[in-house]
Design a protein around this ligand. Structure first.
Ligand SMILES: [Zn+2]
Length: 234
């Protein structure tokens, strides 16, 4: 094979590797953001449960206060009742005490329900916190791995770029220019094989004249369809 072509093929290999690495590096911020949002969602889940538990506790305290004021009212009424000598007043006070008693019963039932709910929430918070700790550990590890990967890719890219520079400096400037333009515009490869008379870049048949020029290997030959530089494959 033409030695210029050989050099270009090695150059192309390095450039393709650099392109792959760059593509991988571009996905890293997304991966990181994804992990960080998972972490935030887990923490938010725990906060929601904790807030709910606090609200239940506030409600329960309010009920407790309501029971307290009714108990005070009953005590006051009982004193009044003790002091009265009128039977109808005594009866009226009895009714009022009974009414407060019923209210207290209702409030205490509600309080009991809230206590059961508070217990349930306490358990849920504990489980959620435990899960959140595990998730945090896992995600922290994944973030560290991502950081390591990012550094490794960065130094790999540097190495390939250095190698690429050295290779490029040995290639004719015009040919290198042609190669770069093709490499950047085609997206995959600037140099491709001709296999069974077909350009493997655009998958079109090349002319017999082109095929024999490629076979002779004495010059740089381009595919007449896609413009890629051709070398002889099978
Ligand atoms: Zn082609």
């Amino acid at each position: 094979m033409n030695s210029e072509l050989e050099q270009l093929l090695v150059l192309q290999d390095r450039q393709q590797k650099i392109r792959q690495i760059q593509a991988e590096i571009r996905t890293l911020p997304l991966e990181r953001a994804h992990l960080e949002s998972q972490l935030a969602a887990t923490a938010a889940g725990v906060d929601v449960l904790k807030l709910k538990a606090r609200q239940v506790e506030v409600e329960r305290k309010k009920l407790e206060l309501d029971v307290g004021t009714r108990n005070e009212s009953i005590a006051r009424l009982k004193t009044q009742q003790y002091q009265t000598r009128k039977n109808d007043e005594f009866q009226a006070i009895s009714h009022e005490i009974e009414r407060y008693g019923n209210e207290i019963q209702k409030l205490e039932d509600e309080e009991l329900e809230l206590m059961i709910e508070a217990d349930k929430l306490k358990g849920e918070v504990e489980v959620a916190e435990k899960n959140a700790r595990t998730t945090k550990d896992t995600i922290s590890r994944q973030l560290t791995d991502l950081e390591t990967k990012s550094k490794a890719l960065g130094s790999q890219q540097q190495e390939f770029e250095k190698e690429r520079e050295t290779l490029a400096s040995k290639i004719d400037a015009d040919l290198l220019d042609q190669f770069e333009r093709l490499f950047n515009s085609k997206g995959d490869a600037a140099i491709v094989a001709v296999e069974h008379g077909v350009c493997t870049g655009c998958h079109m048949k090349v002319t017999t004249a082109t095929a024999s020029r490629v076979k002779a290997g004495k010059e740089i030959v381009n595919c007449e369809q896609c413009g890629r530089i051709l070398y002889l494959g099978q």
